[in-house]
Design a protein around this ligand. Structure first.
Ligand SMILES: C[S@@+](CC[C@H](N)C(=O)[O-])C[C@H]1O[C@@H](n2cnc3c(N)ncnc32)[C@H](O)[C@@H]1O
Length: 271
């Protein structure tokens, strides 16, 4: 993503007008407008203060944010499937709530190596899926080919990707902890707005509990991520019908060292 779009997106996420951002930087709002429409770029000496005001690193401002997230590329580069091939329980719950009596449109956000997207496609859903990891996507495409299903896979960053078409089911497992506090409302508002009536959002998100130690395979990007508060995801869906809302602590062995995670799980229906 280029710097013009990053500045515009971050400014809007923080609810700042071009004038308000200009005042914080002690420059004219016309300068901000030029940055955002790509006719000029911020002076290099302004980058530290601009990054601080927009609450991002200079790397992120320059579009290098995904660098550390490609830790997943390394995990997915190994043989086999890092997360296995057993579908997430949420997929079965989705099937109970919205059995595939017709090819419902599903979006899988942060699909990884595609186990859930492929499972849902094999069961008759019309699946679209994205992830930030090219390596994950390439394995997901391979899995879909092996299973003889067609899935529209593409690379995108959940933090700044915005939907333009509607879905019946929006699903995401183990991804939302990457969405910073400032981005959450805008990301979720977009998902809610692009869910058909009677459609569902089925999401789980890691929440940090003080009595659970950090996992041994925690990445730098996870450490830096703003942790979700227990119950926070439910608040974003207060105006939808809750089909499930649960907090669970579970064992994990993803790194070969047993550890625990705490996760909030929601299935909400748009009425
Ligand atoms: C814990 S894995 C879960 C993968 C998959 N949902 C599953 O359950 O098998 C987290 C996934 O989120 C992806 N991811 C991390 N940050 C992301 C971002 N900003 N946008 C999209 N995907 C992201 C990673 O590449 C990884 O595949």
């Amino acid at each position: 993503m280029n710097i013009s779009k990053i500045i515009a997106d971050k400014r809007k996420e923080l609810g700042l007008t071009q004038q308000a951002l200009a005042e914080k930087l002690n420059i004219s709002f016309q300068a901000i407008s030029k940055w955002e429409n790509g006719t000029s770029c911020p002076d290099i000496t302004l980058l530290p203060v601009l990054a601080a005001v927009l609450n991002v690193s200079i790397d992120s401002l320059l579009g290098y944010t995904s660098q550390s997230l490609t830790d997943y590329d390394k995990r997915y580069n190994r043989e086999g499937y890092y997360w296995g091939l057993i579908p997430n329980n949420l997929c079965y719950e989705i099937m109970k709530l919205k059995p595939p009596t017709k090819p419902y449109k599903v979006l899988d956000i942060g699909c990884g190596e595609g186990k859930d997207a492929v499972f849902l496609a094999r069961n008759g859903y019309d699946v679209t899926a994205f992830d930030i990891s090219e390596q994950g996507l390439s394995k997901a495409r391979e899995l879909a080919n092996c299973c003889g299903v067609k899935i529209d896979f593409f690379k995108a960053d959940v933090r700044n990707f915005r939907l333009e078409t509607n879905y019946d089911i929006i699903f995401s497992s183990g991804v939302f902890h990457y969405i910073s506090k400032e981005q959450r409302e805008s990301v979720i508002d977009n998902l809610k707005a692009h869910t058909f009536s009677n459609g569902i959002n089925a999401i789980n998100v890691f929440v940090r509990k003080p009595f659970i130690p950090l996992p041994p395979d925690v990445e730098e990007s996870e450490l830096a991520a703003d942790n979700w508060k227990s119950g926070e995801i439910f608040m974003y869906y207060h105006d939808w019908l809750f089909r499930k809302n649960e907090e669970k602590i579970f064992d994990c062995n993803s790194s070969g060292i047993p550890h625990k995670h705490c996760m909030d799980v929601i299935i909400a229906e748009k009425i």
